[in-house]
Design a protein around this ligand. Structure first.
Ligand code: ZN
Length: 421
């Protein structure tokens, strides 16, 4: 079924959701009503209406939104999050209502800059010049391709002509019978299919590296209702169970620590996971996603990387991985691929970004034949990051070391704000 994207975007918060389109190209009723409400007649020809995409959060707008949501909430559950979006916004705050369009990063930044200039009354051009400078620095040095939001079948279509990207058909009797996902289906990927991954490599990855990244992201997988094979997965650790009951998330905790807690004040709890995780295998899985989506003429640079992903080569120290949480969880996982434009050896040749629900992980692809440095040195890494730091200023990055090769259960740290007595 075809879908359209609806965006409500403000500085305080934003909501992006998909709506179905019928076979006749008709939008669903609530979307039609929203478009009609936010449209104004054309000044020259009153019969034509134009959508006024820049709006303000007034009492009138809020009541109209509530009215539309009340009327249609049973048909479209995602609508129910609209009133809470409007409650979060400040009174009279500017927001964009943009139906039927998706945005790239650069366009989103422009919209934010318009909102910022509306808020402060300062010149939009000034804001935007600074943003472009920041982003241009990155785009002058790197290409950027994004995979995940649209359906894509990667590689050679004909089974008999396929070459596995990972083992190069070196196994005895290479077959391509099973559907291989560029990103595991267990992480919600339904759109990226890789033709060039043989059945044996597929099976091996599903045992060797994928369980580690799935466990690492399990909390988010359950929290954001990511649909894997067979629906939403509950998540449990040594002393907790997390799942859903109707529309609520339920977190069950089994620990004596609760007795020492004053529930009226904020407190922290640590929950140990159940399964041991090897940090380096998480890094390998990220690089496997990257190798799965790049074009085949790029593969020659990553032959050593592939050996390492398959466990045929060792790396003692990996570059850091940058991690951030976005306000805007995405539904389909995304892999972003960047290649250095020239031969500047002070920058890594290839960089990936994996976006899953509200998490972003930025990682350098190790062992590219086009790199002289490995970017494990602080100074080298910081230089790289100064080029890669083109995200919104509000995004806070932390840096993780995934070099460790010993299996250990993860610790999930939770900060609670307390609960009412
Ligand atoms: Zn293979």
């Amino acid at each position: 079924m075809e879908e359209h994207t609806i965006t409500f975007l403000a500085l305080t918060d934003n909501i992006i959701y998909k709506v179905p389109v019928t076979d006749d190209g008709e939008l669903d009723a609530p979307t039609q009503e929203l478009i009609q409400y936010f449209s104004v007649p054309n000044e020259e020809n009153q019969e034509i209406t134009t959508i006024k995409i820049l709006q303000q959060n007034t009492q009138v707008v809020r009541s109209k939104i509530n009215e539309i949501v009340e009327k249609h909430k049973n048909g479209n559950p995602v609508l129910k999050s609209l009133p809470s979006f409007f409650r979060k916004l400040k009174s009279d705050e500017f927001f964009f209502f943009i139906p039927l369009r998706e945005f790239n990063e650069l366009e989103k930044l422009m919209l934010y800059d318009i909102l910022k200039s509306k808020k402060t009354g300062e010149n939009f051009e000034d804001y935007h010049k600074q943003t472009l400078k920041r982003f241009q620095n990155f785009l002058n040095n790197y290409t950027l391709s994004i995979f995940g939001s649209s359906r894509l079948k990667i590689g050679e279509f004909k089974r008999t002509k396929r070459r596995c990207r990972f083992c190069n058909n070196s196994r005895s009797n290479t077959t391509f019978e099973n559907k291989a996902h560029a990103i595991p289906e267990g992480l919600g990927n339904k759109k990226l299919i890789l033709f060039e991954e043989c059945d044996d490599c597929n099976k091996e990855f599903s045992k060797s590296i994928e369980p580690h990244i799935i466990e690492y992201l399990s909390f988010f997988r359950t929290w954001f209702d990511v649909m894997g094979k067979g629906g939403v997965k509950p998540f449990s650790g040594k002393n907790f169970n997390m799942g859903s009951h109707e529309e609520n998330k339920i977190l069950e905790i089994f620990t004596n620590e609760l007795e020492q807690i004053d529930p009226t004040k904020p407190f922290n709890l640590t929950f140990p996971g159940k399964y041991p995780v090897i940090p380096q295998n998480i890094y390998k899985a990220l690089c496997k996603f990257f190798i799965s989506v790049i074009s085949s003429d790029q593969l020659e640079y990553f032959q050593e990387t592939i050996k390492w992903i398959r466990g045929k080569k060792q790396i003692k120290k990996l570059p850091k991985v940058a991690l951030a949480f976005n306000k805007n969880p995405i539904i389909q996982p995304e892999i972003r691929v960047s290649f250095r434009r020239d031969k500047n050896e002070n920058l890594p040749h290839a960089v990936g970004e994996f976006c899953f629900t509200s998490i972003s992980l930025v990682f350098i692809i190790p062992l590219s034949s086009q790199d002289k440095k490995d970017f494990t040195d602080e100074v080298d890494f910081d230089y790289f990051w100064s080029f890669f730091h083109h995200y919104e200023e509000s995004v806070k990055w932390s840096f993780k070391n995934f070099s460790n090769e010993t299996p250990n259960p993860l610790n999930f740290d939770f900060n609670f704000t307390g609960w009412a007595t």
